[in-house]
Design a binder for this molecule. Structure first.
Ligand SMILES: Cc1cc2nc3c(=O)[nH]c(=O)nc-3n(C[C@H](O)[C@H](O)[C@H](O)COP(=O)(O)OP(=O)(O)OC[C@H]3O[C@@H](n4cnc5c(N)ncnc54)[C@H](O)[C@@H]3O)c2cc1C
Length: 200
């Protein structure tokens, strides 16, 4: 988590519920997806899939902690022409996909969160999966990343084209080119089941 803790100085602190709802990103309505909301799992994803642009300055693969953090950093650097390509239908990565009973972080929540978006309302020192997922949904909204997200877009292949000096990505939703490719597909995003009879 060190890399996330190094992303400083981009915006006011994340505040669950009241502040998140009271300070939506410019031009965007508050979503009500807050870290202290009682629901077990957030509803997420855009109402209609965004079209895949032909070319972008940067393409990010994955909308887990890494991809969200990269997107926030790009926005903070003034880069607005980028997409976050996510094969699933919501953000969260690890914290969207692992829902087993008792699933929680094993690093204290105040450290297992973006340094620029602290959450003073964590309900546990080691928060449970639904709460971490809601935090990521809320940060996504607070930093106005939804416009960059393309869900249901699995990156199947990435080729560097030396002539035009760009990446050509083949995705399950078509092709796209990008000057910069940021891979945030996660080291643990592919399940690795042990070879135990009855599993898998
Ligand atoms: C149960 C569990 C508990 C954990 N607890 C901790 C903890 O306490 N502390 C800690 O530091 N770490 C913990 N980890 C590690 C955790 O994986 C990282 O902390 C972090 O969440 C990884 O974020 P990420 O964005 O790199 O990857 P991920 O969260 O895996 O996100 C990757 C995203 O990329 C998408 N993706 C993958 N391939 C493609 C593709 N080809 N095209 C499009 N999209 C793609 C995936 O769908 C996913 O949404 C835990 C992991 C698990 C599984």
């Amino acid at each position: 988590m060190g890399v996330f803790q190094q992303m400083n100085g981009l915006a006011p602190p994340f505040r669950a519920t009241a502040a998140a709802a009271g300070q939506p990103a410019a031009g965007q309505a508050a979503t009500g997806q807050a870290a202290s909301a009682p629901a077990a799992s957030p509803e997420s994803g855009p109402a209609a899939p965004a079209p895949l642009p032909g070319h972008v300055r940067a393409a990010i693969i994955g909308a887990g902690l890494g991809g969200i953090g990269a997107g926030i950093r790009l926005r903070g650097a003034g880069v607005t022409e980028f997409v976050i390509l996510e094969r699933a239908d919501s953000v969260g990565g690890t914290w969207r996909d692992n829902t087993y009973p008792g699933c929680a972080c094993d690093i204290p929540s105040h450290l297992y969160s973006f340094s620029f978006a602290p959450n003073p309302d964590w309900s546990h020192s080691f928060s449970r999966q639904p709460e971490i997922w809601r935090y990521l949904e809320a940060v996504t909204d607070q930093y106005d990343l939804r416009r960059h997200l393309v869900f249901g877009a699995e990156v199947i292949r990435a080729d560097w084209e030396p002539g035009p000096a760009r990446w050509r990505l083949r995705t399950s939703r078509g092709e796209i080119t990008a000057d910069v490719l940021i891979c945030a597909s996660g080291p643990l995003s592919e399940p690795s089941l042990p070879d135990v009879p009855g599993l898998g």
